[in-house]
Design a binder for this molecule. Structure first.
Ligand code: GLN
Length: 283
């Protein structure tokens, strides 16, 4: 079977899915270990039987609903290529808004020297996406990522190595429990924030992702509340706390931050125009 024929076959099989054409191209490029341009440049190249077999297996997994990122084991985030696993959430483009907003608030007068004493903590680091994106942009800042799942910590460490990022440490910790007396200039988190009984959990790719990374009590705010209530012990004076949250949680998170004494509280929208990130400073 030729490359163009393999793509046509896969698109037909994946029809009814969320993105048949994109998925077919990503899966075939991954199977052949080439970039997508190659597929258009060499449409008449014939797949060897081993590649065809692997492609057919990958397309079948996708047909059964499995997320592409779990099938190919990776996802691009920011400027990084991150290994993924079913132990953690698949990095989302919306989370890049959180990274951008934190970067915007790094003091502009920070010098190489002061940067080296500047520290950031990412709570619930999963694949390491946020911690690694920030560490890659701020090479003299130290970033600590924590996750309560040992497998996620291992994955994030691997992603740091794969991307050549050294100014980051990943710890196995249930939110703050293993942070000791550390204090940070910035705490950032994309915690679970979906309501326990939300229909969203049984849809599309999300149903393959770990519930522990998605749900947070009846109103989805249990973990955000916990983090807000403890974070001030771990923030340096004037420290920043920044969350990703659900599209309908901006006002609630802003209110929780205000009640806890945070100032300069702001909510920022994602690329889809939904409230997605709320930040506040230690008062
Ligand atoms: N943003 C994710 C989603 O919409 C949810 C991730 C989370 O709970 N942090 O699927």
């Amino acid at each position: 079977m030729r490359i163009d024929e393999a793509l046509t076959w896969a698109v037909a099989l994946l029809e009814g899915g969320e993105s048949p054409s994109v998925d077919a191209k990503v899966l075939l490029a991954n199977t052949l270990n080439v970039n997508q341009t190659y597929l258009f440049t060499w449409p008449d190249k014939v797949l060897d039987s081993q590649s065809l077999h692997r492609f057919q297996k990958a397309v079948e997994r996708r047909r059964l609903g499995e997320p592409v990122a779990y099938i190919i084991g990776e996802r691009d985030f920011w400027t990084l290529k991150l290994a993924t696993s079913p132990h953690t959430l698949i990095p989302r483009p919306d989370t890049e808004v959180l990274v951008e907003q934190v970067l915007k608030r790094i003091p502009s007068d920070i010098t190489r020297q002061t940067q080296s004493s500047f520290s950031i903590c990412d709570l619930g680091s999963g694949t390491g996406a946020i911690a690694l994106a920030l560490a890659s942009e701020l090479p003299h800042v130290h970033v600590t990522g924590v996750d309560f799942k040992a497998q996620a910590v291992e994955l994030a460490k691997q992603n740091a190595v794969n991307n050549g990022i050294k100014n980051v440490t990943f710890l196995h910790s249930d939110w703050f429990t293993e942070l000791g007396d550390k204090q940070f200039n910035i705490i950032v988190s994309n915690p679970p924030y979906i309501e326990d009984t939300s229909d969203y959990l049984s849809q599309g790719d999300v149903k393959f992702e770990p519930k522990s990374a998605l749900t947070s009590g009846e109103d989805g705010l249990r973990d955000i509340r916990h983090i807000i209530s403890v974070s001030q012990e771990y923030l340096l004076s004037d420290g920043l706390l920044a969350f990703e949250h659900g599209f309908n949680q901006g006002a609630a998170v802003a209110e929780l931050l205000g009640e806890a004494g945070f100032i300069d509280v702001e909510t920022i929208k994602d690329y889809g125009g939904n409230d997605r990130v709320t930040l506040g400073r230690c008062g």
